[in-house]
Structure formats: C-alpha cells, structure tokens
Design a protein around this ligand. Structure first.
Ligand code: C2O
Ligand code: CU
Length: 498
C-alpha cells in the first residue's frame, strides 16, 4: 500500500486562472467538426517513412468572422496527423519559421534521447533567438545554457511500440504553455496488426478529437497571460494554469459532427494547457454505458470498459467506441464536460442521421493481450513529491535544472514509482508507459486501466505506478503536464542506464 504520509499533505489549492474572451462567444454546434489532414510522407524506403513539417505562423479562421494568428505545424491547428505502423521507423524532419525556437516531443513515443524533444534541443530559424528573453534564465528555468538551436532536426521514431493515440507538441524550455496554446499540437497515430484484426470503426467513423480550451481577445487573437517575469501579479495569474472559455475540438468552437446510426471510434485527447475534463454524452442512451473505452494512453485495453463518463486530465487520451444506433434518428447528442462551468461545460455535439447503417461491427469481449508489470518484481521504489515551492513548482523540492538527474532506473527492470502531491497535477513520464497500481483513496480512477503515460494525481492523494524503461539509455523527463506548472519548473530528469 501507499504510506499514510500521503494523506496528510495540504488540501488542494485554487483552480487555474480563467481568461474570459473579450468578444462574444460563437454559437454552439454551428461549426462543422474539422478532421486534421493526414500527412503524406515525402518519401519511403524499405525500412522507413520520411516526413517534413514546418512550424509557422498562419492566419486561420477559428471563430466565425474573426482572423486568428496561430503558430501551427504546417500552419494549421491542430497540425497534420502523422500515421505510423508499429515496428516501422518514422523520421520527421521539423523546421521552424516561428519567431521563437521550438522543441518537438512525441508524447507517448518510445523514443531515444536524441529524438525525444528535450527542452533545450531546439529547432529555429533566426539567430535572434539566442537573445530572446527566456532562452537563458527564463523565470524559474535557471541554467538554460546548453541549448542547441538547429535550423532543422530529423526526429527518428523507431516505433517499437503498440498501436496507440500519440500526439506531438512543443516542449520548449519555459515556453511550452504559450507555444502549445498558440497551436503547436497534432496527432500521431500508431497502428498495428493486433488492432487491425478487430475491425474497429475506421475511415470517416474514426474521429481523432483534440479538445482544448482557449480565450480570444477582441481582435480575434488568442489571449494568453504575459509570460512569467512580467509585472508583479502576472506570475500569480499564471501559476495555477491557464483556462479558456471557448472549447475547441480540432480547432473549431463547439463543433457539430453528423454521424450515421452506427459505431464510431472517438480518440479523445485532452490537449488543454490546464483544464481537466469529465466527458459524458447527453442524453445517455437507455441502459447507459455509452462510452465504451477500448484504449488509453498506451493503446488497447484487454477488454472494453463501459462508462457513463470519462475523466481526462491534460495530455491524457481515451479511445472510446460509441454506438449511435442506440439513439433515435435525429437525436442531437452533446458531449458535455461535467467539470466545466457555463460555456466550458459543453464540448461538441453529434447529430444522429436517419439511415440505419449496419456496419457489421460487433464489439469483441477481448481486445488485446496486455502484459502486466508485476510490482512484486520491483527492484526499487521511488517517491516523487509534486509541490509548490517558494516561487515556482517543484519536484522533490527542486525546480527543474537541465542536466540534473534525480533517478537512475536500470533498463529492463520493474520499479514502483509513487507520485505525491498537495495540489492537482497530471504527471507524465517520457520513454515508457506505466501501469497504475493504486491510489491513496483506495479506488483506481475511472481512467486508470491499461498502459498510461500520464496520470492525474489529485490533491492530497498519492498514485503508485509500476514502470519499466526499456531499450534506450539516456536522459528523459518526468513532469507535470499542466503546461504552466511545467514552465514554472515542475519537471525533472531521470537517467536510464544499461
Ligand atoms: Cu506531452 Cu514532456 O510532454
Ligand atoms: Cu502540476
């Protein structure tokens, strides 16, 4: 079990800071749900597919009647979707025309150090970047020397991993929050044979849904608080995370998707900087259990799990099937966020068409073989405390300092890691996923099943996970995925060794 110490931590703090949009909020369920384009490789050879992505500023239409500048991969928000086959190498060359450098992390990728998107391994165009505030000594990010800025970087992903919903996003030292907020995020899907054999809904019936909240200034631009280091008070506004009042799905506000009376696969991703979601369909179909979870961060579950609602903290994914034939034709089914007030309480809607489309899909009892990590075999138990420090956020009492390693797990060995907090932190590990063993509350969360790479650690609670790092020796990150917490130094490095 988890030691009682974890129960005695301080109660939870204040929620994030809500920025209210300065323009009238758009009508709900009028925008059509966009689906990000799938990127084509620029070339392929016997063992790899090669892609090129340029991050740039672009003016796009997120809200009706307004132009919004985004920073997007290929100038779009979300960026294009990359698709990989398990076991087949994917090489993505990233370039940037942005005014600031960027680092690209494949979230959920089993990736060697050189391609992991370390916050100081930067991509950027202009030499002026070196003078930009924050490059060295960003508030809370002392010791940023050691950064390398290349004009382009080829990120190599061996893809020795199961089918799963991954995503790629900016990971720049001290500026991940504002850069992802401006649009630097996209899906990267991994497919494999085990999944293909299930005949899951696909094509137009497979929808990746990137959910993120944003706020807009009167001129239609994305509103974000000043960066830390600004006027007094700004830091406090920023400290707990930034929440917006417009819910975007794939970049559209409260969109509508027209669906057949058939099974759909929804790959839910919470790409918000700081907002937690509790998603539920409304109305619930007779009998409930509308959200049939088939996968989590790290791919398929052993068996489907029926939920009335699913919780998603920032960066978590939940792969669900929904059988819209359970609804009468013409039903408008809303996807609600039960943790959100007012406009943030609604996310999108599905309009159920009249055609009964028998897609022939039958939900299998068994989905996949999922290896269990055995905590009895653990060679070490480590505790990581996520807390507010004097000025910033800390892991084990320390602000992030590149190059300082706080744990050295051996490759191939199981360890038990405990995450403890007095606040609310979605804790994420790079390199390999983990399995949740338990929570201090005794009850696993409704989304703790299967392989996870991000786990929502709740105030005054501990979470215990089993983890085993494999294949790649090097330095990797653990951090809070509330992006403002991450930028405010709640990050640390561990070093995997042979
Ligand atoms: Cu999604 Cu280290 O991040
Ligand atoms: Cu946090």
């Amino acid at each position: 079990g988890i030691p009682p110490l974890m129960n005695r931590l301080l109660p939870g703090g204040e929620p994030g800071r809500l920025l209210r949009s300065a323009l009238p909020l758009p009508a709900r369920y009028t925008a059509e749900l966009p689906v990000p384009a799938v990127l084509r490789p620029v070339r392929s050879d016997a063992d790899a597919d090669y892609y090129e992505i340029t991050a740039r500023r672009a003016t796009v239409r997120l809200l009706p009647g307004h132009d919004t500048e985004v920073w997007g991969y290929q100038g779009t928000f979300p960026g294009p979707t990359v698709e990989s086959r398990s076991g087949r190498r994917t090489v993505v060359t990233h370039r940037s025309e942005l005014p600031r450098p960027t680092a690209v992390h494949l979230h959920g990728g089993h990736t060697p150090q050189d391609s992991d998107g370390h916050p100081l391994d930067l991509v950027g165009g202009s030499a002026a970047h070196h003078d930009m505030p924050g490059m060295a000594g960003t508030d809370g990010m002392a010791g940023a020397e050691g950064a390398t800025v290349l004009a382009q970087r080829a990120y190599t992903y061996p893809m020795a991993q199961r089918a799963a919903t991954l995503w790629y996003h900016d990971h720049t030292m001290g500026f991940t929050g504002p850069q992802v907020y401006r649009g630097l995020a996209g899906f990267h899907l991994v497919r494999d044979e085990e999944e293909a054999a299930l005949g899951l809904p696909h094509g137009p019936r497979e929808l990746p849904l990137m959910i993120a909240d944003r706020s807009f200034a009167a001129d239609g631009s994305l509103a974000y608080p000043e960066l830390p280091g600004g006027a007094p008070g700004v830091r406090d506004a920023y400290m707990n995370g930034v929440l917006g009042d417009v819910m975007l799905v794939n970049g559209a506000p409260w969109p509508l998707a027209r669906v057949d009376r058939a099974w759909y696969r929804l790959r839910l991703l919470n790409a918000a900087n700081a907002r937690r979601l509790r998603l539920a369909l409304d109305p619930q179909p007779a009998g409930g259990g509308a959200l049939v979870q088939i996968g989590s961060d790290g791919g398929l579950l052993e068996r489907p799990l029926r939920h009335d609602g699913v919780d998603l903290a920032p960066a978590e994914r939940c792969d669900v099937l929904v059988d819209f034939s359970r609804y009468p034709a013409g039903t408008r089914v809303r996807l609600l966020n039960r943790l959100g007030d007012g406009p943030a309480g609604e996310v999108m809607a599905f309009e159920v068409g009249s055609a009964a489309a028998d897609d022939g899909f039958r939900l299998p009892d068994r989905l996949a073989t999922v290896e269990r990590l055995d905590p009895a075999k653990a060679v070490a138990t480590r505790t990581f405390v996520f807390r507010k420090g004097e000025q910033h956020w800390t892991v084990n009492g320390e602000e992030y300092r590149p190059g300082r390693s706080i744990a050295a797990p051996r490759l191939g060995q199981v360890e038990v890691w405990r995450f403890v907090t007095d606040f609310h932190h979605p804790v994420h590990l790079h390199l390999d996923p983990f399995q949740v063993l338990g929570r201090t509350s005794g009850r696993p969360g409704r989304n703790d099943t299967g392989w996870k790479d991000t786990v929502d650690v709740l105030p005054a609670q501990g979470v215990e996970v089993a983890v085993r790092f494999t294949d790649y020796a090097g330095r990797f990150l653990l951090h809070c995925h509330n992006l403002e917490h991450e930028d405010m130094a709640m990050m640390a490095e561990f070093t995997t060794t042979e």
